[in-house]
Ligand binder design. Structure first.
Ligand SMILES: *[C@@H]1O[C@H](CO)[C@@H](O)[C@H](O)[C@H]1NC(C)=O
Ligand SMILES: *[C@@H]1O[C@H](CO)[C@@H](O)[C@H](O)[C@H]1NC(C)=O
Ligand SMILES: *[C@@H]1O[C@H](CO)[C@@H](O)[C@H](O)[C@H]1NC(C)=O
Ligand SMILES: *[C@@H]1O[C@H](CO)[C@@H](O)[C@H](O)[C@H]1NC(C)=O
Ligand SMILES: *[C@@H]1O[C@H](CO)[C@@H](O)[C@H](O)[C@H]1NC(C)=O
Ligand SMILES: *[C@@H]1O[C@H](CO)[C@@H](O)[C@H](O)[C@H]1NC(C)=O
Ligand SMILES: *[C@@H]1O[C@H](CO)[C@@H](O)[C@H](O)[C@H]1NC(C)=O
Ligand SMILES: *[C@@H]1O[C@H](CO)[C@@H](O)[C@H](O)[C@H]1NC(C)=O
Length: 539
């Protein structure tokens, strides 16, 4: 038994060291590394380097290794609380993890320059793997390693291990940043907590050339997310970031305004959403084009606020599939209880009290008003509900709710195949099962069983698809043609065919639907032609 246990231990240790070797280049006294002095905010002496190192187009032949997580050119860096880049004071440096390191407490800051063939071959192979079109052959490498370093004022055992590898062939140069283990992100003098190394001003990582234009922030810099930098990468190797730095370039992405963007990333370049940009797969450049919001979109930061919870229930009277009738809608939002009674469009029930419209609640966070024939609830977080007074409820949800809704209106993730998700996440095939799974449990009286709606027979479908019925929506030229080019009509068409068919061709049902679509067109400032005459919907 005893020998078995020690075997397992040996195996574990071996795996540990293999994992470590793949990310960090070898370092330490065994490789003739030097150490920086154990001093607060200290640095190595100026180190002359045996090959030119080009950095943002400028040529250097010396550098400093600074305890606070920085390799600098020209001058040492003693600043302990990092600033976000760019710093326009002329300081040029590489910051693998700029924060208040204290190697007097524990840890070593090692460095060496090397022309060792084994090391240069490894660097060359890595660069070729990440930049497949490069013909680069390393003639010089510099390895700086912060090995299990503590933070200033630490009352904890938290330590960080990370590395910067600089390499050059005398003309072209690269930097590889390796994050092995990050346990703290700020020192106590930067507002950090002495016990956790969190809070305060978090570490900054990236490149600074001392001017306004040439700098780069590694994603997460100066934010609490720095604690997770060892699971991020631009080369699919968690914990590793690789850059060409003579002329700044990043593999597998684009640099836009000093930020990294993964290939194919699509984003708006300004907060006003006037320009939509994409990091192009083939050229690794960002292409922007004018692209404002359409009528039914709003411009807002995607993850600015946490999503607000809302809940909407309706009571449907009549269980036969061809005669449903919405009796009331019940919305719970911001702790308010709002009931739209469909037999009375002039009033709503707020917390059980019948109230005349319009109603403004919580200083404008919620507004309930009449809008045409509808009653509409608007919230300040982009969710709106309108009951159009005739069997139809529309729920408008801002794009921030992508993949965050559930219920009868589906999952809002552009994947229609999972729309029939039940509360427990299983996907069912039948409409009846789906509807039953969302049936509210706390309704006072028993709701009848929900039946599968009958599908519309093909002969009837053909009739109702004609321009005498729902087909008018798609008719071109036709009263809705110019609107249909802008507001997609196909989902409306589907609803129309369903409803008109189950009602046996009831004109009132048809006219109500066309009315809703016409209102939407008007809301988007699109003129609708004379549809009432053509559909016998009256004037
Ligand atoms: C770090 O990653 C973990 C695991 O993914 C996550 O739970 C945590 O919220 C992240 N922390 C920060 C500050 O981003
Ligand atoms: C982001 O959210 C905050 C707080 O909810 C809000 O005050 C601010 O206006 C929002 N910013 C933008 C650009 O919408
Ligand atoms: C509307 O219906 C509710 C209950 O369903 C009833 O209490 C109320 O009196 C009705 N209002 C009108 C104006 O008919
Ligand atoms: C939606 O959310 C689920 C669970 O949070 C996640 O597994 C899924 O990948 C998300 N889908 C999309 C399209 O974002
Ligand atoms: C999930 O819900 C569906 C329908 O409501 C039900 O048939 C199924 O058994 C449930 N599955 C689990 C694991 O609870
Ligand atoms: C189309 O449907 C209407 C209403 O159901 C019906 O009166 C009419 O005869 C149908 N037309 C044809 C060609 O089937
Ligand atoms: C048509 O539908 C309306 C509203 O749903 C209803 O009031 C009317 O009685 C129906 N007409 C016929 C002929 O069924
Ligand atoms: C429609 O036009 C009106 C008046 O010109 C304008 O105030 C409104 O913002 C426009 N709405 C949309 C959605 O473009």
């Amino acid at each position: 038994m005893k020998s078995k246990i020690s075997l397992i231990l040996l195996a574990t240790i071996k795996f540990g060291s293999i994992a470590q070797n793949t990310l960090l280049y070898p370092y330490g006294p065994k490789y003739q590394d030097r150490s920086t002095p154990k001093a607060d905010d200290g640095a190595s002496p100026e180190i002359s380097i045996s090959e030119y190192f080009y950095f943002y187009g400028r040529k250097y032949h010396s550098l400093y290794v600074n305890n606070n997580g920085v390799v600098s050119f020209g001058n040492p860096v003693s600043q302990f609380t990092p600033d976000p880049f760019p710093l326009m004071d002329g300081r040029a440096f590489v910051a693998p993890f700029w924060a208040d390191v204290d190697n007097r407490i524990t840890g070593e800051v090692y460095y060496r320059q090397s022309q060792d063939q084994g090391l240069l071959q490894r660097v060359t192979a890595d660069i070729h793997a990440y930049f497949p079109h490069e013909t680069f052959i390393a003639t010089w490498a510099f390895v700086a390693t912060w090995d299990q370093v503590a933070f200033y004022g630490s009352l904890s055992s938290k330590v960080n291990t990370f590395q910067a590898v600089l390499t050059s062939d005398g003309k072209v140069s690269f930097v590889m940043l390796n994050y092995q283990d990050i346990q703290w992100i700020s020192g106590q003098a930067s507002g950090g907590d002495a016990h956790t190394g969190l809070e305060g001003t978090p570490a900054q990582a990236g490149f600074n050339n001392g001017d306004a234009d040439n700098y780069f922030n590694i994603p997460g810099s100066w934010t609490p997310s720095m604690i997770n930098i060892s699971s991020t990468s631009n080369v699919m190797d968690p914990g590793r970031w690789v850059f060409e730095v003579d002329v700044f370039a990043v593999p597998n992405g684009c640099v836009y305004k000093a930020n990294f963007l993964p290939l194919n990333a699509i984003f708006w370049s300004e907060s006003t959403c006037e320009k939509k940009c994409q990091c192009m797969l083939d050229t690794h450049t960002v292409i922007c084009q004018a692209n404002g919001c359409s009528a039914d979109e709003v411009c807002a930061p995607l993850h600015n606020q946490s999503l607000k919870y809302y809940q909407l229930e309706g009571k449907v009277q009549g269980t036969a599939p061809d005669a449903p009738h919405i009796e009331y809608l019940h919305m719970v939002v911001y702790g308010q209880d709002i009931v739209l009674m469909t037999n009375s469009t002039g009033h709503v029930m707020i917390g059980g009290i019948k109230t005349l419209l319009p109603v403004i609640l919580l200083g404008g966070k919620i507004r309930v008003r009449k809008s045409g024939f509808s009653v509409k609830i608007d919230t300040d977080f982009g969710v709106s509900v309108s009951y159009t007074g005739n069997q139809h409820v529309e729920i408008g949800v801002s794009a921030r709710y992508q993949n965050a809704t559930c219920g009868l209106c589906g999952t809002l993730n552009e994947n229609p195949s999972d729309d029939f998700s039940t509360p427990n996440g299983s996907i069912v095939a039948s409409v009846a099962l789906f509807a039953r799974s969302w049936q509210a449990k706390n309704v006072e009286d028993h709701c009848g069983d929900i039946q599968q709606p009958s599908t519309c027979p093909l002969t009837k479908l053909a009739n109702y698809s004609s321009s005498e019925y729902c087909g008018i929506l798609e008719k071109s030229p036709g009263p809705f043609a110019s609107c249909a080019q802008i507001l997609p009509v196909s989902s409306f068409m589907e609803v129309c065919l369903d409803d008109v068919c189950t009602s046996g061709g009831n004109r009132t049902v048809l006219c109500n639907l066309l009315h809703i679509y016409a209102e939407r067109c008007q809301a988007a400032n699109i003129t609708v032609g004379q549809w009432r005459g053509e559909t016998q919907c009256g004037e």
